[in-house]
Design a binder for this molecule. Structure first.
Ligand code: D41
Length: 674
């Protein structure tokens, strides 16, 4: 018979094994065993524990989820207050900060740790004898809420700290965040379930931690990043903040891989720009960077004023969200007839630019967010993307708002508007009868990456189409000097320049020409692939869908779109006319068919991908000629970073290897989908 002691030691062994694999998966992002094996170990533990419930320990991996819902959160007092950060909004304020630090310390050049400022929720974790005993929100800095049950469900929070030299009691501070990908996926799921949509990853993280039922929190993709120590004096562990972070890492905690040690004001400002450039590529949302005096003794001597340390500063990015009012909702008709509702806004300064329009995407989005004319809304501008309405401030809704409804007729040409099942977009059915679609098609044709007709801008095309001087892109080449010179704001000189540009554009390449035609689903790289495969235009125009799918990257949908385009007599007519006007290109010699565009490139995948399985991604990459490897080295060309990446992503950064997020990966795998 097995003794109780044997059972206890077997349990401990199982717990240790599972914790280790948990750490490898969620903190290092380097799993050693397949998921199924991990699940098997966990089940074994659970079975054994249910037979011997008296042997269950609080740090057992089985104890992450399963606690009963609470009625309310208990209040906890922070033994050491969780201070706040002073903010700087420009370089001058950073300069002032650095000068104050230098003057007070007498140090001529200060070394700082520079960290991304994660946009999540500040959290305190207390460990006693290495075991997690409490997780609490920051609250007002003096007291917060006890959210231990919820914190336990976060896999990157160790239930037991690693290593032998852990202080008997230690309070670790950091930020709970939701990754951008996790956030997007959560909102998708919420929408399917017709549940609350979160405005941003921060709100989603906060909402998830505020659940009384830990099972809900457990289902949310939360990550904990450590940035400091509370209760125990940090300088018992280290002399430098940066060194203390290394200790935290060795305890099995996640620390942002983007933290750097920098020197002086210049180092700080350089870091700020470095992170600002990297911001969109980071897996988590940030709202600035934080500088901290690295020397812990110096930190102590600087102390704090009111509730913020003198030794730290948050250097914030310009706000990316602002409030304004919706004056009207208009419709824009795109090249392929898509009707996009656009909010006309009271001008507002967001993230460094004045915004007057924001996209509302489509009818479903408007309904989901319940945006109405007259509403006060939050406008968001992230990176270079088009500003969007993030949410409505319902508390400020006036009584006389007007609901938006997609019109049944195209506002430009009056054709019927149709919306296919399974499609979010409503489309004008007018095709090239619709002036809006014609204008967009011509703009696309003239674009820099297409026929590159210099000086033929949006306003000019609008005039040319509105006055009936041109109906299609071929008509451009039939324009005479007098006609052009007669247009608004057109001098003789500009007219001649445009004629020269038109003349110059006639000599082009087959890929450019194919792209310029504006065939749906045919982006630049598909155009290139078609040109390389067929060499000439005629066989492309004649190819059936089966033939077309021989081209790398062309699947059934793209093939159908190409075949339908060339089957349309109007399109054949325009092509004929274009060639007649003198558009020409050299044929391409087709020697090596089916080129492999990723030949010789090595990829590494880390983290989980939301839209397709790793295996599927691997297959697709290999079909394009790439190699997919398991570990990052100097030979790696790209690292694909999914949800919850870890050491491979940081290794890639160390080695300066380009990182592909999921969206970019998809663009690479499906270059034709534009
Ligand atoms: O990433 C952050 N959000 C972050 C927040 C960070 N990297 N460092 C921080 N350091 C501090 C001090 C210097 C006061 C220990 C912080 C915060 N505080 C903080 N978070 C919320 C309030 C203050």
């Amino acid at each position: 018979m097995t003794s109780k002691k044997d059972i206890a030691s077997k349990l401990q062994q199982l717990r240790d094994t599972i914790s280790l694999h948990n750490y490898r998966y969620y903190v290092l992002d380097a799993p050693e065993i397949p998921d199924a094996e991990y699940d098997r170990l966990l089940r074994e533990l659970q079975t054994l524990e249910s037979a011997y419930p008296e042997l269950i320990t609080p740090d057992s991996p089985s104890q992450r989820v399963g606690a009963a819902p609470l009625k309310e959160f208990a209040e906890v007092t922070h033994a050491v207050p969780m201070l706040s950060l002073n903010n700087a909004f420009n370089d001058q304020e950073v300069e002032d900060f650095d000068r104050r630090v230098r003057e007070r310390s007498g140090v001529s050049e200060v070394v700082y740790t520079a960290e991304p400022k994660l946009d999540g929720l500040a959290i305190s974790l207390v460990y006693e004898n290495a075991v997690l005993v409490r997780g609490a929100t920051r609250g007002d800095g003096y007291s917060g809420e006890d959210v231990t049950q919820n914190i336990r469900t976060i896999h990157s929070v160790p239930l037991r700290l690693l290593g032998a030299a852990v202080p008997r009691r230690i309070e670790i501070r950091g930020e709970v965040i939701m990754t951008k990908q996790g956030f997007a996926k959560l909102n998708q799921d919420q929408q399917h379930k017709q549940e609350k949509i979160f405005a941003n990853p921060r709100n989603a993280a906060a909402g998830s931690l505020r659940q009384l039922d830990p099972r809900i929190t457990a289902a949310r993709p939360l990550v904990f990043y450590a940035y400091g120590i509370g209760e125990i004096a940090a300088n018992e562990l280290s002399r430098q903040h940066s060194d203390m972070l290394k200790h935290l890492q060795s305890y099995g905690l996640r620390v942002s891989p983007d933290i750097q040690v920098v020197t002086g004001l210049q180092g700080c400002i350089e870091y700020y720009h470095y992170i600002a450039n990297k911001r969109d590529a980071l897996e988590y949302a940030i709202d600035g960077v934080v500088y901290k005096v690295d020397d812990l003794q110096l930190q102590e001597s600087l102390g704090f004023v009111s509730r913020a340390p003198r030794w730290a500063l948050a250097h914030k990015f310009p706000a990316q969200e602002e409030m304004t009012r919706v004056l009207a909702i208009d419709i824009q008709v795109g090249r392929t007839g898509t009707l996009t509702p656009v909010a006309r806004l009271e001008p507002v300064f967001v993230g460094g630019v004045t915004v007057t329009n924001a996209t509302l995407h489509n009818q479903d989005e408007i309904e989901r967010k319940d945006v109405r004319v007259g509403d006060t809304v939050i406008v968001r501008r992230a990176g270079d993307v088009i500003p969007e309405v993030a949410s409505v401030v319902l508390s400020q809704r006036p009584g006389d708002t007007v609901l938006f409804k997609m019109p049944a007729q195209c506002p430009v040409c009056g054709s019927q508007v149709i919306r296919l099942e399974n499609e979010a977009a409503a489309r004008c059915s007018g095709g090239l009868f619709c002036a809006a679609q014609r204008k967009q098609a011509i703009k696309h044709f003239a674009g820099r990456r297409a026929m590159d007709i210099e000086g033929l801008g949006e306003k000019l095309i609008d005039q040319l189409v509105d006055t009936g001087m041109i109906h299609d892109s071929a008509d451009l080449y039939l324009l005479g000097f007098e006609q052009i010179a007669g247009l608004e704001r057109m001098g003789d000189k500009s007219a001649q320049n445009l004629l020269d540009a038109l003349q110059k554009s006639k000599s082009t390449t087959l890929p450019r020409f194919l792209f310029a035609l504006g065939i749906r689903q045919v982006g630049e790289s598909t155009a290139k692939a078609l040109a390389l495969y067929f060499g000439k235009l005629a066989p492309i125009m004649q190819a059936d869908v089966i033939m077309l799918q021989q081209v790398p990257d062309v699947g059934p949908v793209v093939a159908q779109s190409i075949a339908s385009f060339f089957a349309e007599p109007h399109n054949r007519g325009v092509i004929e006319k274009l060639r007649h006007c003198g558009i020409h290109w050299p044929d391409i010699e087709v020697t090596a068919r089916a080129p492999l565009p990723l030949k010789g490139k090595t990829f590494v995948i880390t983290g989980s991908l939301v839209s397709m399985g790793r295996e599927a991604v691997k297959e697709r990459l290999e079909a394009l000629g790439a190699k997919v490897s398991g570990s990052v080295s100097k030979k790696t060309d790209y690292v694909i970073v999914g949800v919850d990446p870890g050491s491979k992503a940081s290794k890639a950064q160390e080695l300066g290897i380009p990182i592909l997020e999921e969206a970019k990966l998809l663009a690479l795998l499906n270059p034709g989908n534009d």
